[in-house]
Structures are given as structure tokens and as C-alpha cells.
Design a protein around this ligand. Structure first.
Ligand code: NDP
Length: 433
């Protein structure tokens, strides 16, 4: 705390991990002796840079760019880029820190990093977004590479932004280095299922948590927040498995549709028109829009918060519990406050933390890297099958670690211990560097 006084999100993420790994440290005293904790909370490198660009009116704009390369002990740095006005060093560090353990949990040999900018793509023309991305990459390119650091998308960075970023990297370096970015278009090196992976993976994780108790998703009401990449595909997979997605949201409020969210309509509004969620109710009589609020008062069996950090607090958790929620799975990174997590666990609600639940995105990114390296292309069903297997592996690793350390059913402890163990053993083996 003394070293990072103005970084509340980073402190929150570190606190959650350190609090739950005590049993690992007891079993492996050599980790403390080797200073694993002191080293792991300090990024290997953090880069901050100026991003100047000119808007459509001819005015100069200056944003700030970030890349925090947290740990490369298991593989090249890997983690998304976020473009959102709230981005600051604390947020990028919390995301990068979480990414280390998430990536370790996938078992795929990828390190942890995160980056982004306080640039807000909302309301910007395509040409402005392109100029911003080109300026951003004009600095960042020197820190990237398929064996060094491989970014992907996150909030505000989707197919359009990845295209512009990749194009600029290719131009500056004179290299069509497919493996230096994931989430690329499927026509130019992208992997099938990468777009769907985080949302689909979150639902596979819910299925696995329910299966431990002999339950399924069929017939359940699923409440999702957000209406971006993760949210849309969580809803799509939930529907395919016989559940009914009933909510969606953005930063202006939420919609509830008791007939089930119309995914085609939502996608058209958010991805094609780049509009606001309120437009949804103009086309659906079964839906209503609630401005300025989050969807957690709506009765639901399964909640999948998929917008942003700290979007579900203790009062929201109490409302969900009062309405009989059975499972909560974090599609977003750290969407639940620590008090909300404690409330769910005390009430016996199945709770899956983001670093396990949303690991399907980065896991499929690693599959994209494999395909790029071997010049292969796997088809959709094959890629989805691999994603499913990986998510079952992430679930089982978390479940088993929790049981081994005497916290059966606690996926927070399980995911943190399983991820940390893998990273700590590698750090120990590679010496003090
Ligand atoms: P998108 O940009 O596609 O969508 C984000 C959604 O969340 C939008 O509906 C957005 O609404 C809403 N949102 C963003 N910030 C806020 C805020 N401060 N308050 C309220 N609503 C907000 O992002 P993704 O779907 O890619 O990411 C969502 C979450 O999932 C993030 O936490 C991300 O880190 C995490 N994640 C994403 C992965 C991926 O593969 N994409 C992988 C693993 C985790 P609006 O349009 O109004 O801003």
C-alpha cells in the first residue's frame, strides 16, 4: 500500500490473491524464502506513453497509453488492451496482475500483461479511431512481438480497433507477424471461436459448477450485465443450452426482457449501429429500459456480470440472494466487490471468480497463437470443443485446489491457489530475476 498509494483497484486485486494463498505458502515455505510474493506484486516492466492524434475538426488530442508487462515466467506477456476514459495505471495494473494467474490456470504457457488508454471510442468516427490506433501503435510496437508480448482486445477494443492496430504494426515493422496480436479477423490470421470464447467459456464454467451438484442450466433465467463482446456471447451460449437470458446493460442503464433477450436485435444496435441500449425497447414490447441502474434487482437464477470492475456491490448481492440466485459467474474482471463475494459465499451461492470464469478468452488466444505459429486453421466445432475442454480443466483445477487446501467449493481460493502454485514453482526454478 505504501508503494502504490493511489492504486485502489490494484490493491484490491492483490489483497484478494494474497488473502487466499496462505495454505500454499504453508505447504511450500521455500516460496517465502525466495521472495516470490515481493517479486510477483511488482511488474517486470511498465510502459506509459503519449498518444497524440488529430480529430475530425482538426484539433490536436493527447491521450495516455499504457502497457504493464507483469510476468513472463510462464511465456510471452499476454493480455488485452482497454480503451475507456476510466483507464489509469491502477486499473491496468489490477488487470495485469489478475492476468498472471488466469493465464497460468489455462495451463498454456503464457505470461501476464495488460494495456490500454484513456481514449474513449464512443462517438468517434472510424477515421478518428484509426488515427488514434495508429498513433498508439507507433509507440507500442517496439515492446511487442510474438515471443515478447502479444496483446488482444478488451473493453473498447474490438475487431475494428484490432484491425487498425495490427495494420500499423505491420507497416512500421515490415513484418506480417500474425502471432503478435490475437483476436484478429478470421480472414487474416484470426482463430475461429476467439470472438465467442470469453462468453461461451463463462457459460461452460457455470455448467461445470452446476454439474458438481447434479444440476443443469436448462430452463434457468440468466441475468447478464454489459452488452459487449463477453455479454453477447454469454447470452448466446446460455440460450443454446436451454436457458433464458433476460437482461443486458450498458453504462446508461439496463433492459429486462421476460421473453428472452433478442440477440440479433441487440447485436444490431450495439455492434452495427454502435447505439445505446435504450434503443432495444423501441423494437420489443416485452422489454423495458431502466435508466442509470444495474440489473441486479431482476429475479434470476444465474448472474453473469460482464461489463466492468466493481459493478456489483454488497446491496446488489443481497438483492440477488433475496431473489434466490443459484450461481454467479464473473464474465468481467473483478465485477463483484469483496463484500459482494463474501455475501454470496456466506449464502451458499455458487460463485466463480473472473480469473477462472473468463479464462476462455485468453485460452483461445493461445490457440490462435498456436495456429499462427504452425500456419494451421482449425474449424469452428473443433475450436469450440478445445475451448470446452480447457474450461473444464480450469474448473477442475480450481475445484481440486480448493479441496486440497481444505476449502471445498470455494472457487476463489481454488483459482488463486492453483494459478499461484504454477507461477511460483516457475519463479523458483528460474532463480531471482
Ligand atoms: P466491450 O467493450 O465489448 O463491452 C463492455 C460492456 O460493458 C459495454 O456494454 C459497456 O457499456 C459496458 N461498460 C464498460 N464500462 C462500463 C462502466 N464503467 N459502467 C457500466 N458499463 C460499462 O468489452 P468486453 O465485453 O470485451 O469486456 C467486458 C469485461 O470482460 C471487462 O471486464 C473485460 O476486462 C472482461 N474480459 C474480456 C475478455 C474478452 O475476451 N473480451 C476476456 C476476459 C475478460 P458502454 O458501451 O456504455 O460503455
Amino acid at each position: 500500500q505504501k508503494r502504490n498509494p493511489h492504486e485502489p483497484e490494484f490493491q484490491q486485486a492483490v489483497h484478494e490473491v494474497l488473502e487466499s494463498i496462505a495454505p500454499v505458502l504453508e505447504e511450500h515455505p521455500q516460496f517465502e524464502g525466495a521472495g516470490i510474493l515481493e517479486r510477483i506484486v511488482e511488474p517486470e516492466r511498465q510502459i506509459m506513453f503519449r498518444v497524440p492524434w488529430v480529430d475530425d475538426t482538426g484539433r490536436l488530442q493527447v491521450n495516455r497509453g499504457y502497457r504493464v508487462q507483469f510476468s513472463s515466467v510462464l511465456g510471452p506477456y499476454k493480455g488485452g488492451l482497454r480503451f475507456h476514459p476510466s483507464v489509469n495505471l491502477s486499473i491496468i495494473k489490477f488487470l495485469g496482475f489478475e492476468q498472471i494467474f488466469k493465464n497460468a490456470l489455462t495451463g498454456q504457457g503464457i505470461g501476464g500483461a495488460k494495456g490500454g488508454s484513456d481514449f474513449d471510442p464512443h462517438g468517434r468516427s472510424d477515421a478518428e479511431v484509426m488515427r488514434f490506433c495508429q498513433s498508439f501503435m507507433s509507440e507500442l510496437y517496439r515492446h511487442l512481438g510474438e515471443h515478447t508480448d502479444v496483446p488482444a482486445g478488451d473493453i473498447g477494443v474490438g475487431a475494428r480497433e484490432i484491425g487498425y492496430l495490427f495494420g500499423q504494426y505491420r507497416k512500421i515493422t515490415n513484418r506480417h507477424e500474425s502471432g503478435m496480436f490475437t483476436g484478429k479477423g478470421v480472414q487474416w490470421g484470426g482463430a475461429e471461436v476467439r470472438t465467442e470464447a470469453t462468453g461461451y467459456g463463462a457459460v461452460f464454467f457455470v455448467e461445470a459448477m452446476l454439474a458438481v451438484h447434479g444440476e443443469t442450466l436448462a430452463g434457468r433465467r440468466v441475468g447478464v450485465s454489459g452488452s459487449g463482446n463477453v455479454a453477447l456471447y454469454a447470452m448466446e451460449k446460455a440460450r443454446q443450452l436451454g436457458a433464458l437470458p433476460v437482461t443486458a446493460s450498458d453504462s446508461s442503464g439496463y433492459v429486462v426482457d421476460d421473453a428472452g433477450i433478442d440477440l440479433g436485435l441487440l447485436r444490431e444496435i450495439k455492434e452495427v449501429r454502435r447505439g445505446r441500449i435504450a434503443e432495444y425497447v423501441e423494437h420489443r414490447t416485452s422489454a423495458r429500459f431502466v435508466p442509470g441502474e444495474r440489473p441486479w434487482n431482476v429475479p434470476m437464477d444465474v448472474a453473469i456480470p460482464s461489463a466492468t470492475q466493481n459493478e456489483l456491490d454488497a446491496a446488489d448481492a443481497e438483492a440477488l440472494i433475496a431473489n434466490g440466485v443459484r450461481a454467479v459467474a464473473e464474465g468481467a474482471n473483478m465485477p463483484s466487490t469483496p463484500e459482494a463475494v463474501a455475501a454470496f459465499q456466506d449464502a451458499g451461492v455458487l460463485f466463480g471468480p473472473g480469473k477462472a470464469v473468463n479464462a476462455g478468452g485468453v485460452a483461445t488466444s493461445a490457440l490462435e497463437m498456436s495456429q499462427n505459429a504452425s500456419r494451421q486453421r482449425w474449424n469452428f466445432p473443433d475450436s469450440e470443443r478445445r475451448l470446452h475442454e480447457i474450461m473444464l480443466g480450469v474448473h477442475d483445477a480450481s475445484f481440486e485446489a480448493a479441496r486440497r487446501y481444505g476449502h471445498e467449493g470455494d472457487y476463489v481460493v481454488g483459482a488463486n491457489c492453483a494459478g499461484f502454485e504454477r507461477v511460483a514453482h516457475a519463479m523458483l526454478a528460474q532463480g531471482v530475476i
